[in-house]
Design a protein around this ligand. Structure first.
Ligand SMILES: CC(C)(COP(=O)(O)OP(=O)(O)OC[C@H]1O[C@@H](n2cnc3c(N)ncnc32)[C@H](O)[C@@H]1OP(=O)(O)O)[C@@H](O)C(=O)NCCC(=O)NCCS
Length: 151
């Protein structure tokens, strides 16, 4: 089941921070990032067996109000390869589209082949940019964009 998180609740915040920390280490979201994203952005989670199996977060692009920037997506390591990310993204896109969002933009490491297959091959994102040292020295990122009206 996919749900948009709307309340700040300690267990949920901790679970989401743990998920991100396991996947990204220092680059992961913590409670201080997650709380404003829940209140002012959009955070969707995938529930499996009463546990949060995955999460995706979005913020509005100030300069392009028809664009949602996807801050990140993480699926619990033990639950990967079951289609959870695909379902989470498709359902969240549907919800964003209903809220008049037109484009999704995200950044991804050029060597993250699993994520690139998911975004490009499975969901139809296109490469629209490349940002050197985006998150620090050597942390280059590809920029990917998806037009929701074609999804
Ligand atoms: C990227 C991630 C979210 C994918 O989650 P997932 O639930 O395992 O993905 P899905 O099961 O929905 O798979 C979707 C597609 O991803 C690709 N994929 C998934 N696992 C893969 C693997 N081990 N090898 C290659 N491609 C893979 C495939 O294209 C797959 O579609 P297919 O099964 O029809 O071929 C997950 O691996 C993750 O949390 N990684 C760490 C965090 C991360 O890198 N996030 C993205 C940062 S931009």
């Amino acid at each position: 089941m996919i749900e948009q998180i709307q309340d700040i609740e300690l267990t949920t915040l901790n679970r989401l921070a743990l998920l991100d920390n396991a996947a990204f280490g220092i680059g992961g979201l913590n409670a201080w990032h997650l709380a404003p994203l829940i209140r002012h952005g959009r955070v969707f989670v995938f529930w499996q067996d009463s546990e949060i199996a995955g999460s995706v977060q979005y913020m509005l692009d100030w300069d392009h109000p028809d664009t949602a920037y996807m801050v990140g997506i993480t699926v619990d390591q033990r639950r990967r390869g079951q289609g959870i990310a695909s379902k989470l993204l498709r359902e969240s896109f549907h919800s964003l589209r209903q809220q008049n969002l037109r484009l999704i933009e995200l950044t991804v490491a050029p060597d993250n082949v699993v994520a690139l297959r998911l975004y490009e091959t499975k969901l139809g994102f296109s490469r629209t940019g490349y940002r050197e040292n985006e998150y620090g020295a050597g942390e280059h990122r590809l920029v990917l964009t998806l037009n929701l009206s074609r999804h």
